[in-house]
Design a protein around this ligand. Structure first.
Ligand code: CMP
Length: 139
């Protein structure tokens, strides 16, 4: 079934000019970009996005990092997009990421791990709505 998921290219990857390289891996894997933009979040916006992690010890560092520079947010569409994109990203900690994944290729550590992807279809809908209106999505 066709699904949509949210992809974030994080500040560490945008800053190293890896946006094109990441999008190439995404598109070559068959995930279709149906919405995309570049922006820089405030710390408050990052906190809202990662609200589920509020109680975690890494929450503050994560929010500071996520608003430290521009990010690229994109909506990806495909059959099983949520799982397909998570598989393409690889493990959260790049030390555990498999060959051929985005994080194996580009992530620097568990925080500066280059990309984010929704972890479920339900969260994908919430995360997409956090950044995009329907008018900004095609197809
Ligand atoms: P992401 O998929 O964006 O969702 C939450 C993020 O928290 C995760 O990727 C990691 O980059 C970040 N993070 C930082 N430290 C940790 C940690 N110790 N365990 C899990 N996630 C972490």
């Amino acid at each position: 079934m066709a699904e949509r998921t949210l992809c974030i290219i994080k500040p560490d990857a945008v800053e190293r000019n890896l946006t094109g390289a990441v999008l190439k891996m995404v598109q070559e894997s068959g995930l279709k970009v149906v919405g995309i933009k570049m922006l820089q979040m405030s710390e408050q916006q990052a906190g809202g996005f990662y609200a589920v992690h509020k109680a975690r010890p890494f929450f503050e560092d994560l929010c500071r990092f996520m608003c430290s520079g521009p990010i690229v947010v994109a909506v990806l569409e495909a059959d099983n997009a949520v799982k397909r994109y998570r598989d393409l990203m690889g493990a959260t900690n790049p030390a555990n990421a498999a060959e051929g994944t985005i994080r194996k290729a580009y992530a620097q550590n568990i925080e500066r791990n280059s990309v984010h992807g929704s972890d479920s279809l339900e969260n994908a809908a919430i995360e997409i709505a956090y950044f995009f209106s329907n008018l900004e999505l095609v197809g």
